[in-house]
Design a protein around this ligand. Structure first.
Ligand code: DGL
Length: 261
């Protein structure tokens, strides 16, 4: 699995908890984060490069794009050209959002790239339900998480400004459509109010991966714990320090990656 940085660790946590026997390779592309403000064609190139690396170097049986921006930019293409199944986070997240809503008024927040791509608008529409969807890009949120600053006054002030249209839209459920955002859940919930259910794609994505492995008959049998490997294209010590705080003890060693390989 991969993300631009620490965000995908929210999905890694769900995968490890649901499938503790499976081996996991996580690539955090911190040398090139953030993906959100970049052109989608550039993010697509990064996603192809990392997926190639996971398949060729690690011989993975499934690739999880644990990043909404990269899912929006590259899921369709990767599913066509990759010799193993590729799963993104957008469709599982949209399905979880629609399960959560009672009044049919929902919100999605994400990076500029994700929201601008229209991927969530399409994913929600594909369910054919009568839904009022409000979307907002939240530039700056990812940078706060990457700095390990998840509940400062500054991030609170930014959240108040960026989320104001969603507060006004009277939604009952809000999808955190960027895998970094669950780390800001307390701040986001303070701003949105306790009545708004926050939904993220981590559990829904982990369940999809498990179902896919069950259907393919490729789940890891036995009771030994899976091996968890972490790679970063940025500062590996910084990745280890903050990553361990965000994920937990499974994040032990981090290997350096550089592009092109
Ligand atoms: N975590 C990523 C996502 O879900 C993107 C963060 C970034 O801007 O790099 O979109």
């Amino acid at each position: 699995m991969f993300d631009s940085g620490f965000g995908g660790l929210t999905v890694a946590r769900a995968l490890i908890d649901l499938m503790p026997n499976e081996d996991l390779v996580y690539v955090g592309d911190t040398g090139r984060y953030p993906y959100g403000p970049r052109d989608l064609s550039e993010v697509r190139e990064f996603a192809l490069e990392i997926t190639n690396h996971l398949v060729r170097t690690h011989d993975v049986k499934v690739v999880v794009i644990a990043c909404n921006t990269a899912s929006a930019a590259a899921l369709d293409e990767l599913q066509q050209i990759t010799p193993v199944p590729v799963i993104g986070v957008i469709e599982p997240g949209a399905a979880a959002l629609l399960d959560a809503t009672r009044n049919g008024r929902v919100g999605v927040i994400g990076t500029v790239g994700t929201i601008g791509s229209g991927a969530y608008q399409r994913a929600v529409a594909s369910h054919g339900r009568e839904i009022e969807l409000s979307c907002a890009a939240c530039p700056g949120f990812v940078e706060f998480v990457e700095r390990g600053e998840t509940d400062s006054d500054q991030v609170h002030v930014l959240a108040q400004r960026l989320l104001a249209p969603l507060v006004d839209a009277d939604i009952d459920s809000l999808l955190l459509g960027c895998t970094h955002y669950p780390f800001l859940a307390r701040t986001i919930s303070d701003v949105m109010g306790r009545d708004v259910v926050l939904v993220d794609s981590a559990d829904a994505t982990a369940f999809r991966v498990r179902q896919l492995l069950i259907d393919a008959g490729t789940t890891q049998s036995g009771s030994s714990a899976g091996a968890h490997r972490f790679e970063s294209s940025g500062d590996v010590e910084a990745f280890r320090g903050l990553g361990r705080q965000l994920l937990g003890p499974e994040l032990d060693e981090v290997t350096a990656l550089s592009w092109p390989e």
